[in-house]
Design a protein around this ligand. Structure first.
Ligand code: PHE
Length: 347
């Protein structure tokens, strides 16, 4: 019997040390220590032993069981540690490998220029406001002193929603002057950027939808000098301190006097020619039109409940696309709306 136990011991220890995984260990535990295991089988024969032999064999059997159990535990721990190490190795991440580069987008060039312009006016105390694109004809025209029958009200130029022409897509941001003056009393300083709509065929300089930035300042003693000062300051900041500006008389129903502001062409420096060819940037004009402006018409102030005897103001409206084209040297308006990344990524 002692020999049997010794054989079991040796076999068990050898098998345990060679076990490859936890399952195999479990199988070995059952095989040697289980109820129907080899060791139990031997112990069942104890009854056949003599009274003197029994305790001695009992001791040996217990020692063998204890040794097998201990070895089993050790093997379990060792296998678990090995498995963990292998898993860690397999799942290891090399955090020092450079990551894949993600292509980052950026603001649309139009937004970049808009932001730049807004920042400048905000710095001068203007409040930036937003207004409806679907507008009433009374705001878009009538209260701006644009009477019935005026050519700009023509159905061939304006998108109307109703048969009586009372609701439309705003053709300019100037209705924001009225909306602002309805709710604010002078002194006031407003900037209203936004989309406007006109029935224009798209070409290099026209689009049925474009953006304007309206400005309005009303206070006591506001003069044309304030208008020129404010606009010249901003345009020089945008186009460079050495850029040359001019104000040219014009007509708008809602300003009096009215003017347009031009910048000398940066390409031909006002000559209208480059290398003997007509300048492509200003089409030979020598000047680039930047905006329309003027002193707010007394009728318009009156229409908003502001006393024109006490207050005066100036207003201006610039085309954002035109500003962006000049600022970023873009030669075709349609590129701005195409959103081709090859174009956008240049800015
Ligand atoms: N609303 C005019 C236009 O669209 C521009 C303008 C605005 C002129 C404000 C004078 C004052 O052409």
């Amino acid at each position: 019997m002692k020999q049997q136990l010794e054989t079991i011991r040796q076999e068990a220890l050898a098998a345990l040390s060679g076990a490859a995984d936890q399952q195999e260990l479990e199988n070995l535990r059952v095989k040697y220590l289980g109820k129907k295991g080899e060791l139990t089988a031997v112990l069942k024969q104890m009854g056949k032993l003599s009274a003197e032999e029994r305790p001695i064999m009992g001791q040996v059997a217990n020692a063998v069981r204890a040794e097998i159990e201990e070895t089993l535990e050790k093997a379990k721990t060792a296998l678990a540690a090995k498995a963990m190490e292998e898993r860690l190795k397999a799942e290891a991440i090399d955090v020092t490998i450079p990551g894949e580069e993600v292509a980052l987008g950026h603001q649309h060039p139009m937004n970049m220029v808009l932001q730049e312009i807004k920042d400048m006016f905000v710095g001068m105390g203007y409040q930036v406001v937003d207004g409806p694109e679907v507008e009433l004809a009374s705001y878009n025209f009538t209260r701006l002193n644009i009477e019935d029958g005026h050519p700009s009200r023509d159905r061939s130029d304006t998108f109307y929603f109703t048969d009586d022409d009372s609701v439309l897509l705003r053709t300019q941001t100037s209705p924001m002057q009225i909306r602002y003056m309805e709710n604010h009393k002078p002194p006031l300083c407003m900037l209203a950027p936004g989309r406007v709509f006109r029935k224009d065929e798209a070409d290099a300089t026209h689009s049925p939808m474009f953006h304007q930035i309206e400005g309005l300042v009303v206070d006591e003693n506001i003069t044309m000098g304030d208008l020129k000062g404010a606009l010249t300051t901003v345009m020089r900041k945008i186009y460079g301190e050495d850029s040359v500006m001019r104000f040219r008389p014009h007509h708008f129903p809602f300003t009096e006097p009215s003017c347009e502001m031009d910048m000398q062409c940066h390409k031909c420096h006002g000559t209208g020619e480059v290398d003997g060819q007509v300048c492509s940037t200003c089409h030979g004009e020598g000047w680039i039109e930047l905006l329309g402006a003027g002193m707010v018409h007394p009728y318009v102030l009156e229409n908003c409940g502001i006393d024109p005897e006490k207050y005066s103001g100036f207003a201006f409206g610039m085309g954002l696309e035109r500003m962006a084209m000049g600022r970023l040297r873009i030669n075709d308006l349609r590129l701005i709306f195409d959103n081709d990344v090859r174009f956008l990524s240049q800015f």
